[in-house]
Ligand binder design. Structure first.
Ligand SMILES: Cc1cc2nc3c(=O)[nH]c(=O)nc-3n(C[C@H](O)[C@H](O)[C@H](O)COP(=O)(O)OP(=O)(O)OC[C@H]3O[C@@H](n4cnc5c(N)ncnc54)[C@H](O)[C@@H]3O)c2cc1C
Length: 325
């Protein structure tokens, strides 16, 4: 592991000012559960690691009449245990509790979860210079691709590893991004993630001098339900092979509104818009859910080893949606 310096800024302005001055490689560290793995296995070698732990107010959960705001440094365990989150967003609690192990949830943060890097074995292998690391090939495309993308690949077939991202997108969350000299902007979390065809080196639109500071979720309307179902290969901690976050308004067994966002399928959290359109307004039956999944899967482009994910999507959607009605 290459040596690096540690910077411990005391405010967001200090972070963004450091980020804009730093000419060599730097990395932000929150809980470090992903970043330190990347450094130890030599996927990255930053000169300076900027520690976010001393910044006040980045780890609080607050509510006003319309929204709940979650600081980016909120630990995943604190998110899952928060009474406001438990009361309003059961799907987000399920996603948080599905993530890693209790030890990792006690250290890992919400911001780090959204900004974590992919788990593709070619990307994580120090001896493989794939497209994501500046090389000229995606080795998964014709290599071992059992866990890779069936949507949105093309030049790089990673899947986005975050469990919180699909849940937060299904809840229509916004995020705040801070840049140099106090500049802030907000955007839909859904627009934060970006496909390899736009920039194969990154999974989101965050610029080098920016930091994700807050996530804001609108409080749910009456009759709204949410859930998160994650299919993983092992009973113990594991990343999603396929997961689905569902959020919707149900009455009389009919989804008046529904949002479906999947993990494990694409380089970004993947919205199944065609399934939403098919299911919306219909009485929810097994046939309707399976047909909705089939509509969405018409656009899937599986690789040699991962066509099984199509059947899994159908099963995961059926399990998740039928638990809500
Ligand atoms: C064994 C193991 C199992 C895991 N299982 C899961 C799982 O099932 N589901 C899952 O979703 N994740 C899983 N993870 C990944 C990860 O540990 C968690 O997602 C965790 O929440 C990451 O948070 P962190 O604070 O530790 O991030 P860090 O490691 O500190 O940071 C991760 C990345 O985000 C960047 N970053 C951090 N905070 C910010 C910010 N505020 N603004 C901009 N960039 C930022 C860092 O520079 C770094 O690139 C697992 C990790 C391990 C080691």
């Amino acid at each position: 592991m290459k040596e690096f310096k540690i910077a411990q800024p005391q405010s967001l302005d200090q972070v963004t000012s450091l980020l804009s001055q730093e000419k060599t490689g730097y990395s932000l560290i929150a809980g470090g559960t992903d970043l330190l793995d990347e450094i130890k296995n030599k996927t990255i070698a930053p000169e300076v690691v900027i520690d976010l732990k001393s910044i006040p107010d980045l780890s609080t959960i607050k509510t006003d009449k319309k929204h709940v705001s979650i600081g980016a440094m909120t630990r995943v365990a604190d998110l899952a245990e928060n009474p406001i989150i438990q009361e309003n967003f059961p799907g987000l609690v399920e996603a948080a509790l599905s993530l890693a192990s209790p030890q990792l949830r006690n250290v890992g943060t919400v911001g780090g979860n959204l900004c974590q890097r992919p788990r593709c074995w070619y990307y994580r292998d120090p001896d493989t210079i794939c497209r994501k690391k500046g090389g000229s090939r995606c080795y998964a495309q014709r290599g071992r691709n059992r866990y890779h993308a069936i949507f949105g690949g093309g030049i790089c077939y990673i899947v986005h590893p975050s469990d919180l991202a699909p849940a937060l997108i299904s809840l229509d969350a916004d995020i705040t991004i801070n840049g140099p000299t106090g500049k802030k902007n907000s955007m839909k979390l859904e627009d934060f993630f970006t496909l390899p065809q736009n920039n194969v080196r990154k999974e989101n639109v965050l610029e080098a001098h920016q930091i994700l500071s807050e996530i804001r979720i609108p409080l749910p309307k009456n009759g709204t339900k949410s859930t998160y179902y994650k299919f993983k290969e092992r009973g113990t901690w594991d990343f999603a092979v396929v997961s689905a976050a569902i959020n919707g308004v149900i009455s009389g067994g009919v989804f008046r509104d529904i949002k479906i966002v999947c993990g494990g399928l694409a380089p970004i959290p993947w919205r199944l818009k065609k399934a939403e359109d098919f299911i919306k307004g219909k009485k929810v039956t097994e046939e309707v859910i399976r047909q909705g999944a089939k509509e969405a899967l018409k656009d899937a482009r599986p690789l040699e080893e991962n066509a099984y994910k199509k059947d899994l999507v159908e099963a995961v959607l059926y399990t998740a949606i039928s638990s809500m009605v």
